[in-house]
Write a protein that binds this ligand. Structure first.
Ligand code: GLU
Length: 483
């Protein structure tokens, strides 16, 4: 259903750590929602929890969004630079009787919490300062204690909300406590800052993780107290690991930048994350950014948790890697080769040489971080491998020796070094040696690459060049002799 108002959504991360998949999924859904309806996407950094701020986190958040192409139309706003707004609203709530000052010490609150836990009750502020007499208040004030501001929660009744994904949800007010709005350090809590900003920034829709649903009745009550219309809420389903536990590092799902470091492409991440909780239908897996913008809707966001599947992510990245032009693939692979190849390989790598190799690897790589390992034998002067691999096709040392000797003679005499000449030489040789092509080629493959599985043999040999192939075959001959 098309929203009647101008769509204004925000992504409001707290810089308490590096953004993980769940955070970015929230950003992506908000961005898609904004782009689908031609609305605005606003970036707001919720940095009011001074004790949990992580240095550098803001930069990583911005960097991640830029990497994924999730461009914002306004911001980033920083809540730490907007304290006057929260103070003004806290004062208004105090003046109008919706909030009160609380002088309880940390020790008292802690004791109360311990007691409640002992009694198996949920921890909740007991409301003592709500009922202070004017005299006691004055005394406390005079004693120099800096109070916090608490919201006066209605003691009975229910707060309901219509969530665009979850439907109608009701909360008993008596279960909610008089939560803090303004802390004694002068910073607002998440609840206060969040609703003040959503109001001042005219946010029409709040798309956020499911874990915030239980905070929403507090927000609704604040909007009511302030006589502000609340935005519409859409709480996104949880993301679980394959074992159905909440997604965490344990599942290999670390922060989003790690995926970039491993060589996942932004288009993969966008497509993959879009399908964590949203789908076009029950089949379509591959969707471009443009298609996602075109088709995204909250109606197709699921109510049930999404399951993170690393295999699917790898598969999808393989698909997107194969869609790159060979040149683009090579360009993207170079930094990974630079990082991954041993120091003995001469730098800078020749772009021309890399461009010859990469088409052979493009077919089989799932992440760019693999390319150095998949193709190191193209770059190394000498390859290390276990000599017994030369017999892995089931040959004995004698026939392997004979096969390599004859292959060497033939190849040494070769005039041309291209796929059809190599094939024309080596295929009849296998027959001559009374070996299956598979066995014979397998042997040549191990001798020239050190691997039992590598890109197509003749193309590999062409890139390696005649001289290097002959040298490696000669070394293989010596190695077989040791078996
Ligand atoms: N700062 C909160 C977070 O980091 C925002 C929650 C919300 O979107 O309201 O998730």
């Amino acid at each position: 259903m098309k929203p009647k108002t101008l769509v204004r959504v925000r992504f409001a991360p707290s810089p308490t750590g590096y953004p993980h998949l769940g955070n970015i999924r929230t950003a992506l859904f908000s961005w898609l929602f904004a782009r689908h309806y031609g609305g605005r996407f606003i970036l707001r950094i919720e940095d009011t929890d001074v004790t949990r701020k992580v240095k550098g986190a803001v930069d990583v958040i911005l960097d991640s969004l830029r990497w994924l192409g999730l461009d914002w139309d306004e911001g980033p706003y920083f809540q730490s630079q907007r304290l006057h707004h929260y103070h003004e609203i806290a004062n208004r709530l105090l003046k109008e009787g919706f909030a009160y000052l609380c002088y309880c010490s940390r020790e008292r609150l802690e004791m109360m919490r311990q007691e409640q836990m002992k009694q198996k009750q949920p921890p909740k502020y007991d409301g003592r300062c709500r009922y202070l007499t004017q005299r006691v208040k004055e005394q406390l004030e005079a004693s120099g204690i800096v109070p916090v501001v608490r919201f006066k929660m209605p003691l009975e009744g229910e707060t309901t909300l219509h969530d665009l994904i979850r439907g109608d949800v009701a909360f008993k007010n008596s279960a909610l406590d008089d939560f803090v709005l303004l802390k004694s350090d002068g910073y607002p809590t998440y609840h206060l800052a969040n609703i003040v900003d959503d109001h001042l920034m005219a946010i029409s829709h709040v798309l956020r993780a499911d874990e915030w649903l239980s905070s929403t009745p507090r927000h609704i009550l604040l909007y009511q107290a302030l006589n502000w219309p609340p935005p519409q809420f859409a709480h996104l389903p949880m993301i679980l690991g394959p074992d159905r536990a909440k997604l965490s590092k344990r599942h290999g799902a670390t922060n989003i930048i790690d995926y970039r470091e491993q060589g996942y492409l932004p288009q993969t991440m966008i497509n993959f994350l879009a399908l964590l909780g949203w789908s076009l239908d029950d089949r379509t897996e591959l969707l471009s950014r443009e298609e996602l913008i075109k088709y995204f809707s909250l109606e197709r966001v699921s109510k049930t948790a999404a399951i993170f599947n690393n295999r699917k992510l790898e598969w999808m990245n393989g698909v997107y890697l194969r869609q790159l032009s060979p040149k683009e693939f090579a360009q993207r692979a170079i930094p990974f080769l630079d990082r991954g190849l041993p120091a003995s390989v001469k730098r800078p790598l020749s772009e021309n040489y890399v461009c010859q190799i990469m088409p052979l690897l493009q077919e089989r790589s799932k992440i760019l971080a693999e390319v150095s390992q998949l193709g190191d034998f193209f770059f190394l002067e000498e390859i290390e491998y276990d000599a017994s691999l030369l017999l892995s096709g089931g040959l004995d040392a004698r026939s392997a020796t004979q096969a390599i000797e004859i292959a060497l003679q033939k190849l040494e005499a070769a005039k041309a070094w291209d796929v059809s000449s190599l094939e024309g030489m080596l295929r009849p040789l296998a027959a001559e040696l009374e070996l299956s092509a598979g066995k014979f080629f397998g042997l040549v493959r191990v001798a020239t690459t050190g691997r039992t599985a590598a890109p197509p043999l003749f193309q590999t040999m062409i890139v390696l060049g005649k001289e290097r192939c002959l040298k490696r075959l000669a070394i293989a001959l010596q190695r077989v002799a040791t078996l």
